[in-house]
Design a protein around this ligand. Structure first.
Ligand code: GRF
Length: 220
């Protein structure tokens, strides 16, 4: 069995990317990180890739002012390095249609809340956790989902709940969710690598439902 080749897109610190790289190194994830693309040349993710010896490319509206050219460069870079699955890990841009078509049902994202709630445009970073706290939720947790042309709307692949405690702040909740992100993302990729999880079948099953991603039941 060949190792699953992973391409990453990240804008910031890259702790999720690091957790996935570590799982590859430790053998708990049968995969190979093959390239990082960042829209931020000074991101922590770029530094991590350099430290890990993973090829890294800065591709952004600075390097490619035309959106179509940027989209093509991203797609061609991923293909050049033989990426089979694309992991968005704190990537703050939408992917273009060329990349999404070339990698249909092969692009994953991790979101720090239980989609379909607390997702969509404007729900990123601390805002997500602030909204969860303001709504008085008793549970939150990461969601891994397939990426389509809309923010946070693709079919849900995996979710895990963590408690929200009285007295939680954005920081304490974010830290608890992030810890779980670092577990669920590599574990989900391993289920894909072993063939236990079939992304095409998951996407097809999702299309038979009335709404894209499955609703979160607050009683779960
Ligand atoms: C994570 O909270 C993830 O859920 C969201 O962006 C953040 C990225 O963090 N999509 P990091 O760069 O992986 O540390």
């Amino acid at each position: 069995m060949n190792r699953l080749r992973l391409g990453f897109l990240a804008s910031h610190g890259g702790s999720n990317m690091q957790a996935i790289i570590d799982a590859c190194r430790h053998g708990t994830l049968y995969a190979e990180p093959c390239v990082l693309i960042s829209n931020n040349s000074r991101s922590g993710a770029m530094e991590r890739a350099a430290r890990e010896g993973i090829p890294a490319r800065h591709l952004s509206s600075v390097t490619h002012p035309e959106p179509e050219a940027l989209d093509r460069a991203i797609m061609e870079t991923l293909q050049h390095y033989g990426a089979e699955i694309i992991c968005l890990a704190g990537y703050m841009r939408k992917l273009g249609p060329q990349t999404l078509n070339a990698y249909k049902n092969r692009v994953l994202n991790i979101h720090p809340a239980l989609l379909p709630r607390f997702g969509g445009q404007g729900f990123y970073g601390e805002r997500v956790h602030a909204a969860v706290l303001a709504a008085g939720e008793r549970k939150s947790g990461p969601t891994v989902h397939l990426v389509d042309a809309h923010y946070d709307q693709g079919p849900i692949v995996a979710q895990r709940r963590v408690p929200v405690y009285t007295g939680d702040t954005v920081e304490t909740l974010a830290a608890r969710v992030l810890e779980e992100e670092h577990r669920i993302y590599p574990e989900t990729l391993q289920r894909i690598a072993t063939g236990e999880l079939d992304l095409d079948a998951l996407a097809a099953a999702d299309r038979t439902q009335s709404h894209g991603n499955a609703p979160y039941n607050p009683e779960d």
